[in-house]
Design a protein around this ligand. Sequence first.
Ligand SMILES: Nc1ncnc2c1ncn2[C@@H]1O[C@H](COP(=O)(O)OP(=O)(O)OP(=O)(O)O)[C@@H](O)[C@H]1O
Ligand SMILES: [Mg+2]
Length: 248
Amino acid sequence: MPILDIKGISKIYGSVKALHNVDLAVEQGEWLAIMGPSGSGKTTMMNIIGCMDKPTEGKVILDGVDIAAESARNLTAVRREKIGLIFQQFHLINYLTALENVMVAQYYHSMPDEKEALQALDRVGLSNRAKHLPSQLSGGEQQRVCIARALINYPMLVLADEPTGNLDEANEGIVLDIFKQLHREGSTVIVVTHDPEVAQEAQRTVVLEHGRIARIIANGGPGQTNASRLEDGAPDSQSRQAAERSKE
Ligand SMILES: Nc1ncnc2c1ncn2[C@@H]1O[C@H](COP(=O)(O)OP(=O)(O)OP(=O)(O)O)[C@@H](O)[C@H]1O
Ligand SMILES: [Mg+2]
């Protein structure tokens, strides 16, 4: 059973149809990239998966529960228990330090634990900035605090909307390594990106255009097994054989 099963979702904002009848199933432990032009519906889809918004039509079955039909209160609980959100509009709290910002997420989920929060900052390379306020951090550092905050509760589903959009190459590498580690540890990861290098790491890339899935590309990211690599190779060897036969 897929961990996430999107069935016929549409999202209509007044006269704008941001999503049209989208179907998508994501298996547990999969790493999926979502790409597409500006305005194609990527953030709209992530907001719906992340329990931040509801579709106008359709079902979104997350871990066996139709989140499109849940109350706002239950959605908040689902988000806290199961999802790590790395969204650009999710700002840090200005008057709390980096460490306290991470601990707030622990507080909402379970119990704040300073040592664990420091470890999370260490994972994103920021243990030496723990006592800094957001205004004393660079944009990339703030983004990494957001990532530490999203990961502190070991979410089963990690949703990231352009997580490397504001980062330089070194920080992009750090963030990608974190996603690779999460994926290895078994999290399901969905990343919206404009960067083909980031998408390359995923197992599949869903391309949205005008609110519809235009195509799905199998990438052969890190979770791809040898068996599926061989399967991917099969059409090549078949076409080679066909070419050889045609020479005879
Ligand atoms: N709250 C809203 N009210 C009205 N229209 C909206 C709203 N949110 C999004 N839209 C429209 O829905 C469409 C899809 O927007 P969305 O933010 O999902 O695009 P996107 O693919 O994430 O684009 P980008 O790459 O620029 O972030 C756009 O045409 C946008 O103008
Ligand atoms: Mg967007």
